[in-house]
Design a protein around this ligand. Structure first.
Ligand code: PLP
Length: 431
């Protein structure tokens, strides 16, 4: 079975649209991460746990806008709030009344003192490192290999999962000088981190991390590793930034709540505004206190726009409740268990990792702890699995370095269907 041929036979209109759109959009897409060979599918709409493409194929969606839509597609309460918000104007220019209410909700929920809003995760992490540098009056930033913090230059190093050189900008167009203050460490490797800090610690403004790494599948931090990092940060006087753009929407109070740790700065984005663009840099009062006119720059035309703010309030207050996380987690657990059963039955090396509503499968014999383990996975099998799943109406995850996400709209039946198809997909992948 040539699975790519099957994929092509089901997606004729996507192919035409790809050819047409490639005339106007480089690679036919608006975000590189949405492209895959031979061409991506073009979607038209979504409802609940389902999306439909231009060829009329229906899919059960576990991509959910790269982990944004834990509320599911077109949640009625959100549709209603958007309608109401639009009637009162989508952008007012001055400060918006309800942004205070949202700020309070976020401070309580994520255990932070102050917040500043922007629109994308990229902006939030960009601001976080500027704030950390201004606060500490130091230049260097430590990041971890395989962690992604958005598309601004300074953290776009050692993200690309296909290359193993020690220091590689993830894109042409990023001058080496821009990266001269960015240090890269291995995830979950305390000794390596300590060695780096012993040499550079007094020049380091902050360490930034995805506390559960979700741009190399799904690799949680070991708690002892995190505690060690926090201790070294305190000893050497640099800040800890949790980039919770993904994790903040995958556990009720984010990864900081899950691990019981209080980072100095936290960034949030993706799921917190129920599908609208909204991001946050948050943290300690004295640290955020450096921001202001004539002080640290932080601005944006669309920051805290009424549409995103109103939908975020409804999302966090009424929809993504603790009960919602309990439900999503239980479905995600069923997926995890189902995949483990498949691996046992077929007697193959398949590792499943999971955190809250998200999880990942690796064709690997060892649980990956960092990027170097991750890269040893058998990606050829993963791709066969992926195309088979898509051809059978399941969007399991956006890419080999992403993960599944379950929404409140998914049902037990969706999970059974997913696992039924996955069994055949994995069988084919391993043949
Ligand atoms: N941080 C993390 C952990 C992310 O996963 C992403 C996006 O995938 C970002 C930051 C960047 O967010 P955005 O794409 O909204 O700029």
């Amino acid at each position: 079975l040539d699975i790519i041929e099957v994929y092509k036979s089901l997606t004729n209109k996507s192919k035409s649209l790809f050819e047409e759109s490639s005339k106007y959009l480089p690679f036919g897409v608006s975000s590189n991460y949405r492209y895959f060979d031979p061409y991506p599918i073009y979607l038209v709409k979504g409802k609940g746990s389902r999306v439909w493409d231009v060829d009329g194929n229906e899919y059960i969606d576990y991509i959910l806008g790269f982990g944004v839509l834990e509320v599911g597609h077109s949640h009625p309460r959100i549709v209603e709030e958007v309608r109401r918000a639009v009637e009162d104007s989508t952008i007012l220019g001055f400060e918006y009344e309800k942004s205070v209410e949202l700020a309070k909700i976020i401070c309580n929920r994520y255990n932070v003192d102050m917040v500043r809003f922007s629109s994308t995760g990229t902006e939030a992490t960009m601001h976080a490192i500027r704030i950390a540098r201004a606060y500490t009056k130091r230049k260097k930033i430590i990041k971890f290999e395989g962690h992604y913090h958005g598309s601004h230059d300074q953290l776009l190093i050692n993200v690309n999962p296909m290359r193993l050189e020690s220091r590689v900008p993830t894109s042409p167009g990023i001058p080496e000088e821009t990266l001269s203050n960015t240090l890269v460490a291995d995830w979950n490797d305390y000794e390596g981190f300590e060695r780096l800090v012993r040499v550079h610690g007094n020049d380091v403004a902050a360490v930034i991390m995805e506390p559960v790494a979700m741009n190399m599948g799904l690799i949680p931090a070991d708690l002892d590793f995190l505690k060690g990092v926090f201790d070294l940060a305190r000893d050497y006087g640099f800040l800890v930034i949790f980039d919770e753009v993904k994790t903040g929407g995958k556990f009720y109070s984010g990864a900081s709540g899950y691990y019981g740790l209080k980072p100095d700065l936290v960034t949030l984005g993706k799921a917190i505004a129920g599908g609208l663009p909204l991001s946050v840099v948050a943290g300690r009062r004295d640290v955020l206190g450096v921001v202001g006119p004539g002080r640290v720059a932080h601005g944006g035309t669309f920051n805290a726009n009424p549409l995103s703010v109103r939908v975020a309030i409804v999302t966090l207050r009424d929809i993504l409740t603790e009960g919602a996380f309990y439900y999503m987690n239980s479905l995600s657990e069923e997926l995890q268990k189902g995949y483990e059963d498949i691996a046992d039955d077929l007697d193959i090396d398949l590792i499943v990792t999971k955190w809250g509503p998200s999880g990942m499968i690796y064709f690997n014999s060892k649980v990956p702890k960092n990027y170097k383990d991750f890269i040893k996975s058998d990606f050829k099998s993963w791709f066969t699995y992926f195309y088979y799943m898509v051809a059978k109406g399941i969007l399991p995850m956006a890419s080999f370095n992403e993960q599944w996400t379950v929404s409140i709209a998914h049902t037990k039946e969706d999970i059974s269907k997913h696992l039924e198809v996955a069994r055949d997909a994995i069988k084919l992948a391993k043949n």
